[in-house]
Design a protein around this ligand. Structure first.
Ligand SMILES: [Fe+2]
Length: 288
């Protein structure tokens, strides 16, 4: 059974509607086309996510629930745990079975070959980008979808970084004048989320995008290097802080449901691990 968190969110829109937000499904399928190393990886990952069939059952139930009850399906990334023939086939087939408008953001695992075996950077992503892109229904680097007067925009920040091109594309989207909800994989840093995340996860780093130096200093060196924002990322965060059209941020990556506020009191809603049946249902209403 799904573990559904229901949230009402007030955003200027032309009519009330319902969104199913899921993320971190982490499908772990392999078949005989994959090498032995990949098959062993799939066995190991059962410890983290449960048997492949159970993860699949939660994903099937998520799609069924959204098709029957919601007007928009958003996936915040990590639909698959690693690149495999069967994961790609299931991704393509299951996304095709979603009968309501769909927007998906890429997660770091979408492009993961053997999970944690290599530095995840642009060159690493490029090894599998075309293969995964061919299983998706929107562009995985940047995509937008307008529904009921709101512009939903998915941007790949799954390696904790935004690109220069993302800011240019977002500025173009702002010219359309619609209120914007961003769909990301990695949540954005805020003091509140950082504190909550430290309390919940009790780990020396928080896996957020845009963590300031004063917090990063205490991170283990590899995590500090991974999660330090670069110049284009800081520019994007400055822009988001100043742009009044940004009305909400939806994300995943943390594997637990948590709602907080970012700069200017923008709500940031992080959906839990869908591999466990977690989903978030959002009731979008016009502010009074
Ligand atoms: Fe994940």
């Amino acid at each position: 059974m799904l573990n559904c968190t229901r949230i009402e969110l007030k955003v200027p829109c032309t009519k009330p509607f319902r969104i199913l937000l899921a993320g971190d499904t982490h499908l772990i399928h392999v078949d005989e086309q994959d090498d032995l190393r990949k098959q062993e990886l799939a066995v190991r990952r059962v410890r983290d996510f449960g048997p492949a069939e159970e993860v699949q059952a939660y994903w099937d139930e998520t799609i069924r629930y959204a098709n029957e009850n919601c007007n928009l399906f958003l996936h915040a990334g990590d639909l698959i745990d690693f690149v495999s023939h069967k994961n790609c086939a299931v991704m393509k087939e299951s996304l095709a079975s979603i009968r309501i408008p769909l927007l998906m953001a890429a997660g770091n695992h979408e492009f993961s070959q053997y999970v944690g075996e290599a530095k995840e950077d642009d060159a690493y992503k490029a090894q599998s980008f075309e293969q995964i892109q061919s299983a998706a229904r929107n562009h995985l680097d940047f995509a937008s979808l307008q529904l009921n007067g709101i512009n939903f925009i998915a941007i790949d920040n799954s390696y904790y970084l935004f690109k220069k091109r993302h800011l240019l594309q977002l500025k173009d989207e702002c010219k359309k004048g619609f209120p914007i909800i961003l769909l990301l994989h990695n949540p954005l840093f805020s003091e509140g989320l950082h504190d909550l995340s430290r309390q919940i996860r009790k780990q020396p780093c928080t896996y957020l995008c845009g963590v300031p130096d004063e917090y990063l200093i205490a991170y283990p060196p590899a995590r500090r290097e991974q999660q330090t924002p670069d110049e284009p990322t800081l520019e994007m965060l400055d822009f988001l802080r100043a742009e009044p059209l940004i009305k909400g941020i939806f994300a995943g990556h943390l594997h637990y449901q948590i709602t907080s506020t970012c700069t200017r009191d923008i709500p940031q809603i992080v959906t839990g691990g869908n591999y466990n049946g977690a989903v978030t249902e959002l009731f979008i209403r016009n502010p009074e």
